[in-house]
Ligand binder design. Structure first.
Ligand code: A2P
Length: 338
């Protein structure tokens, strides 16, 4: 009989935590016991997992005794403090925050790309930035075919990437505007309803934001491509769920549309949705709730040699967070069960 594992979800009540629980169920992850952890505010709140009602417990330094795998999604400061404590208690952490992603001791994983790096883990494995993970799902098959040099990209990121409060803010602002009432932004610095904000995360000295530079930094590590360069503008849009990214990519070798399409057809976790004459291309509304990302609008870039343009969309709560984390846990368990 194959082994079962005690799994903790840290941030179980949050937008990503809830999806982690659903994904563990949907993928039949071999769970022996589940431990739901959140702040003291949620103590006693009840969630259902695999048909059993389970009470949420407060996250403390003693939460990880007997836990095999802990999926963290409660923000960077919680991860910084508690992931090392969990690792020390003997469990392996899959961390959704940016706290450890660039730590050379911590593997940063998209299972379809670099699952083999998991074997180097020392107690913490990082889940990549959502926009980076979704972009790489299309970019990596193109890289294998044509040899990637650099990209220019703009993202169209949904409010659920910010968390449950931001979803509520968009909903409330839409109502307020339709009813001609004044809008008071709280989560974002400006009104998000009927607007787009070219600002995600904090500013860096080079004029980009932290979020924008994650594509280059994390992309290099995941694809094992230290020369990869990425110039990205990250934009928040009034979409509830699923991120989209418009990408122009430059390659070492000449590109062909046929080979590009075939690379996607052959790649796991990404679907080709590219029949523009039938108005068929990836849409955030269509990809929301789906495990696979979608890519379309594939065309030769008219402004550079060896260039491809494409439009990729994916559910950032799933491939950009919860699904990728559970897939990492599945790969880990495969190694343990060997
Ligand atoms: P809680 O619901 O008790 O606040 P989101 O990204 O949707 O905002 O969710 C954040 C998640 O992180 C929630 O599950 C939240 O729990 C959890 N969280 C926030 N602060 C803490 C904390 N200090 N200790 C443990 N969990 C926390």
């Amino acid at each position: 009989m194959s082994r079962t594992y005690t799994v903790a979800v840290v941030g179980a009540t949050g937008a990503v935590g809830v999806e982690m629980l659903k994904t563990l169920e949907a993928l039949n992850f071999p769970v022996k016991d589940i431990k739901l952890l959140a702040s003291a505010r949620s103590t006693g709140k009840k969630l259902t997992f695999n048909g059993f009602v389970t009470a949420v417990e407060e996250l403390t330094e003693n939460s990880f005794e007997g836990v095999d795998i802990a999926l963290f999604s409660a923000g960077g400061s919680i991860s910084k403090k508690f992931a090392p404590i969990a690792a020390k208690a003997g469990c392996v952490v899959v961390d959704n925050s940016s706290a450890f992603r660039m730590d050379p001791e911590v593997p940063l994983i998209v299972p379809e790309i670099n699952a083999e790096d998991i074997k180097n883990q020392k107690g913490i494995i990082a889940n990549p930035n959502c926009t980076t993970a979704i972009t790489l799902m299309a970019l990596y098959p193109f890289h294998k075919t044509f040899g990637l040099k650099r990209i220019f990209a703009s993202s169209y990121q949904a409010v659920s990437g910010t968390g449950a409060k931001a979803i509520l803010e968009l909903e409330e602002q839409v109502k307020q505007i339709v009813e001609h009432k004044p809008v008071q932004p709280q989560v974002y610095p400006h009104q998000i309803a009927f607007n787009v904000l070219p600002h995600i995360d904090s500013w860096l000295d080079n004029g980009y934001t932290r979020e924008e530079m994650k594509m280059e930094n994390e992309g290099r590590k995941i694809m094992h491509l230290p020369q990869f360069r990425a110039s990205v503008t990250c934009v928040r849009v009034p979409v509830y769920r699923a991120h989209s990214i418009a990408v122009s990519a430059e390659f070492e070798r000449p590109v062909s549309i046929e080979a590009a399409r075939q690379a996607i057809i052959d790649a796991p976790g990404i679907d080709l949705v590219d029949e523009p004459e039938k108005n068929l291309y990836p849409l955030p509304l269509a990809v929301a709730g789906k495990y696979n990302c979608q890519v379309g609008r594939i065309r030769k870039d008219c402004a550079m040699d060896n260039g491809l343009c494409f439009w990729v969309a994916g559910d950032q709560l799933l491939k950009g967070a919860a699904l990728n984390a559970v897939q990492i846990a599945q790969e880990l368990v495969k190694l343990w069960d060997k």
